[in-house]
Design a protein around this ligand. Structure first.
Ligand SMILES: CC(C)(COP(=O)(O)OP(=O)(O)OC[C@H]1O[C@@H](n2cnc3c(N)ncnc32)[C@H](O)[C@@H]1OP(=O)(O)O)[C@@H](O)C(=O)NCCC(=O)NCCS
Length: 386
């Protein structure tokens, strides 16, 4: 297989984007990524699109709306779907297309428009990403799933509500420095702790945002990457894990086995371990998810995730900076865009181009971790620069 590098990155501003439709958000991100690569769309040979929800976009094949608006006809384009991990699965598909030799230049576009319907409607649609027959009809929602995981983690490992809130404080701190983030404001621990309960023990600030947004990356074979970018960001490890759709069928709900498996594959492929990672973005859809990710990715021992954030070891200057773009919590979580935005963020970090205050100095190896549903899918990617 051929080496594959990221040579272009682009993102729309995340937020309540009543000024732009799904296709316009996609254009914003795709154009930025092509400008960054310094190529016209005509040079690109295939397009992979990630829009996670038909219902939220009110279209049966939302990816076709994007492809048509970008004017990609008649070249190959297709959609990849895996709930909130759709974006990383699209990156993986783009990587496979280039690595296999099918194409030399591929664009991956992720987008979602979520804020035109009520929170109740979004909660209902997302809830159906879980076990549609045995959990959803009995009232399970995503805040509900992660509240169960949080309670189990607290009972087994002594994780506290304060530690959960500390994840939110960190992610809002860095999100405030990110011009593309949905909610750019610092919060205090007290503000997070005293926010209203969404699904006990999770409060408002334990939950990610419901956002509109898009992200895009351009992938090139090693044959072209060097001539298109001064610093191609190589995707050196990919892992994808799958687990039961029903939370009640899981071995242990404090661990996402799909993450453990995906991380094992990605580390093996890249020939590295967790200690080698300079910067990571992880799937903090709820604050407990970030704490579990620290453990499942091997950044600390099982049960020690709460301590890791309490000791600020996932801030810049600590053992491993995590979500210094603001994470899903503050940067926002337009579900189909998230995995692509994660790849773009790590590429930005490894190129040394992140905003002041949130750039990890001399970062050479980065990792992204993206979860679909309540852990049915997890994708872990490793990125490196020469
Ligand atoms: C937490 C949640 C229920 C709040 O929604 P809501 O109660 O409808 O909140 P509203 O949109 O009415 O906003 C109320 C206020 O809280 C703020 N707010 C909304 N969501 C927020 C969040 N997640 N974090 C912090 N503040 C938030 C709003 O900006 C608004 O502030 P203002 O009063 O100063 O304008 C919603 O954000 C949510 O469901 N998040 C999770 C989404 C999800 O599950 N994604 C998939 C994960 S896998």
């Amino acid at each position: 297989m051929r080496k594959v590098g990221i040579v272009g990155i682009g993102q729309s501003r995340f937020g309540i984007r009543s000024d732009a439709s799904l296709r316009e958000l996609s254009f914003e991100a795709a154009k930025a990524s092509l400008d960054d690569a310094g190529i016209p769309l005509d040079d690109v040979q295939a397009m992979v699109v990630s829009v996670a929800s038909d219902e939220l976009s009110y279209a049966l094949q939302p990816s076709a709306q994007v492809v048509d608006y970008l004017g990609f006809n008649p070249k190959p384009s297709f959609r990849v779907e895996g709930a909130c991990a759709s974006g990383s699965m699209a990156v993986r598909t783009g990587w496979m297309t280039v690595a296999s030799g099918l194409a030399d230049l591929v664009i991956v576009v992720g987008a979602e428009k979520m804020t035109e319907v009520s929170t109740a409607a979004v909660t209902d649609v997302l809830g159906r990403a879980g076990d549609f027959m045995w959990e959803y009809p009995f009232g399970m929602t995503f805040p509900g799933y992660y509240a169960l995981i949080a309670r189990a983690h607290m009972a087994k490992y002594g994780t506290t509500e304060e530690q959960l809130s500390m994840v939110a404080v960190k992610n809002h701190h860095y999100g405030a420095l990110n011009p593309y983030a949905h909610m750019r404001k610092e919060i205090s621990l007290d503000k997070a702790m005293s926010s209203f309960t969404v699904a006990d023990p999770l409060k408002l600030y334990d939950c990610c945002l419901i956002s509109d947004g898009a992200a895009a990356i351009v992938l090139a074979s090693d044959k072209l990457a060097g001539s298109l970018s001064k610093k191609p960001v190589w995707i050196s490890g990919l892992g994808l894990g799958t687990d039961t759709i029903s939370l009640s069928d899981r071995r242990d709900i404090t661990t996402l086995d799909a993450t453990v498996e995906a991380a094992r594959q990605a580390y093996d492929m890249a020939g590295i371990g967790p200690k080698d990672i300079d910067v990571a973005v992880v799937h903090d859809c709820f604050t407990i998810a970030e704490i579990a990710a620290y453990e499942d990715l091997g950044f600390c021992a099982k049960g020690e995730g709460g301590k890791l954030i309490e000791e600020k070891r996932t801030y810049i200057g600590g053992d491993i900076p995590v979500n210094v773009d603001g994470g899903l919590k503050s940067k926002g979580h337009p579900i189909g865009a998230t995995g692509v935005a994660m790849a773009a963020e790590i590429a930005k970090q490894l190129r040394g181009e992140a905003d002041p205050g949130r750039q990890v100095e001399n970062a050479r190896i980065g990792l992204s971790h993206n979860v679909g549903g309540n852990g049915q899918h997890a994708a872990v990617h490793v990125f490196q620069v020469d």
